[in-house]
Design a protein around this ligand. Structure first.
Ligand code: KIV
Length: 263
């Protein structure tokens, strides 16, 4: 499995970085097989896999279950695992214990957590344990109730400056990368230009060192409306519906199974 040195090498060589989500073994094998640099076991599994309306119900146990499956399906990519809500917000000690469990019990190579300035001590505590951390800034879904919905962050000069300061703090305390979600391209460019660690963007424009998407969105497997920043590279939901309908029609009419599928 890749380590953060692979990410650092590509970044130093000015090569773009790619990251995609996976929550299970099969998706991990597909993403890994396509030579993606990092696989994110995102807590978006709360929405995408479990059908919740936010990521807040996701537990450490959920992350460990999915993380293990993803690691089993990954040969090359660096597996980054999300720290879910309440696993790091209450104290540095619980942040360190939960980060340790996620790494020890899944085999992932790094953790990601959504950071605001009050969590910098916890981030540093985790890094000091020898665990690589990707800091997630901008729109942070675990704070959706405080933010008041899915809103672009860093829109005013003051908010942009706060994001820049936070990103610089994350670099200073030793994060190996910063993920920026839903921030204007001009802001992510300023942040990317000011850091000497990679930035990974989602809805953050083209200037980041790399990009991440939820794989279900990329595959066109997400039912309903997706965010403006999503590009669907396939229409797997439609293909699936057509296949399922064809199966039903065949069973209804007696055309499946035939002798070819029977013993
Ligand atoms: O949980 C997740 O999938 C994420 C991405 C949206 C970056 O954090």
């Amino acid at each position: 499995m890749n380590t953060i040195s692979h990410i650092q090498k590509k970044f130093t060589a000015h090569e773009k970085l790619t990251m995609l989500t996976a929550y299970d073994y099969t998706m991990a094998r597909l993403v890994d097989g396509a030579d993606i640099d990092m696989i994110l076991v995102g807590d978006s599994l709360g929405n995408v896999f479990a059908g919740h309306d936010s990521t807040l119900p996701v537990t450490v146990e959920d992350m460990i279950y999915h993380g293990r499956a993803v690691v089993r399906g990954t040969q090359n990519a660096l597996v980054v695992i999300d720290m879910p809500f309440l696993s790091y917000q209450t104290s540095t000690l619980s942040a360190k214990e939960n980060a340790g469990r996620l790494i020890k019990e899944t085999g992932a190579g790094a953790v990601k957590l959504e950071v605001n300035p009050s969590q910098l001590d916890s981030v540093k505590g985790i890094i000091d344990m020898g665990i690589p951390v990707m800091g997630h800034i901008g729109f942070t879904p675990q704070a959706v109730h405080q933010i008041g919905g899915y809103k672009i962050q860093g829109k005013t000069e003051e908010a942009a400056q706060e994001l820049l300061t936070l990103a610089q703090e994350l670099e200073k305390i030793g994060c190996f990368a910063v993920l920026m979600e839903m921030v204007p391209s001009s802001v992510s460019k300023t942040i990317t230009d000011s850091l000497s660690i990679p930035t990974i963007g989602i809805g953050a424009g083209p200037h980041c060192s790399g990009q991440v998407l939820v794989t279900n969105d990329l595959l066109g497997l997400t039912l309903g409306k997706t965010a403006k920043f999503v590009k669907a590279y396939a229409q797997v939901a439609e293909t699936s519906t057509t296949a399922i309908q064809a199966y039903k029609a065949d069973v209804d009419s007696g055309q499946f199974p035939t002798d070819a599928h029977s013993y």
